[in-house]
Design a protein around this ligand. Structure first.
Ligand SMILES: Cc1cc2nc3c(=O)[nH]c(=O)nc-3n(C[C@H](O)[C@H](O)[C@H](O)COP(=O)(O)O)c2cc1C
Length: 270
């Protein structure tokens, strides 16, 4: 009989929706938990953590282009699983999660973790407050909590079973690649306006190490993943998208994505 003594909530969450769900799931386990927030580029530098059989890893990331965000290899290489149990959680903006959850499962297993459960949850879309507004909401978070509770409760059976999640492997979804931005992302070019005080927070908090501050604030477009973290957290409201095509395309995007409300999907090992 195995019991979980400690839970690790390990995540990347540029605009905070993934974080809220991962923490709700951790809370639901009813075990003491530690937050390992690997959102910033700096936090992932030299990151290494080893886990034991009486510990549970809850790993979460947002979905970018139907896959996990590129450039997060250091998240996975830092995890030393030693056959410890894990759950995979992905957060998506009411379009589709395609191959992201299966990718999370495959990558965690590649680090020696035994993935016993998976969840695809819905969060407000990075590009629009009008898509999945305010989600994960209280109901979504309650589902995340129950998910964590169920994962721990069924752990003995789960450890000997197999987990099937939706998605293709080999992957078919393209993911988002900043070298080939298309449609909305092509026009999501972030400008720093004269409101900027050079406080340096955007560079410090960028998940991709894409921003440098000297006399000017400069972005590396090949590193910027359009996660909008700098826009959402700038204390001077100095980050803007000036390209009007972005707003024009956004309207159609909102209509398309709001056509059907997506619900959380949970998977357990059997
Ligand atoms: C570059 C990029 C690509 C995205 N691709 C998808 C997608 O394929 N499907 C989807 O439903 N949402 C997509 N989203 C929306 C995010 O997955 C969603 O808003 C998520 O809640 C963001 O998580 P965070 O708050 O932890 O950053 C994308 C967002 C970005 C920035």
């Amino acid at each position: 009989m195995s019991d979980i003594k400690k839970v690790y909530a390990v995540y990347v969450s540029p605009t905070g929706t993934t974080e809220r769900a991962v923490l709700a799931a951790a809370e639901g386990t009813g075990r003491p938990y530690e937050k390992i927030d690997l959102t910033t580029y700096q936090a992932r530098q030299g990151f290494k953590r080893s886990f034991g059989p009486d510990e549970l890893v809850i790993a979460g990331m947002p979905v970018y282009g139907g896959r996990l965000p590129m450039k997060l290899d250091d998240f996975f290489t830092g995890l030393m699983g030693n056959d410890a149990p894990a759950v995979a959680l992905v957060m998506y903006g009411n379009r589709e999660y395609e191959d992201a959850l299966i990718e999370m499962k495959v990558k965690l297993e590649g680090r020696g973790l035994k993935v016993i459960a998976g969840a695809a949850l819905v969060g407000e879309h990075t590009f629009s407050k009008n898509i999945a507004t305010g989600r994960p909401n209280a109901d979504d978070l309650q589902i995340a909590k129950t998910f964590g509770q169920k994962a721990v409760k069924g752990i003995d059976k789960a450890l000997t079973g197999t987990l099937k999640v939706n998605g293709n492997y080999p992957y078919t979804a393209p993911g988002f690649n900043p070298a080939y931005p298309r449609y909305l992302t092509k026009h999501a070019v972030i400008i720093t306006t004269e409101n900027c005080t050079r406080c340096g927070l955007c560079a410090e908090n960028c998940p991709w190490g894409a921003i440098e501050i000297d006399d000017e604030v400069s972005y590396d477009p090949l590193k910027c993943m359009r996660c909008f973290r700098c826009i959402k957290y700038c204390p001077s409201n100095a980050k803007k998208i000036l390209d009007l095509k972005f707003y024009e395309y956004k309207k159609g995007f909102e209509e398309r994505l709001n056509a059907q409300r997506k619900e959380p999907e949970l998977f357990f090992s059997e």
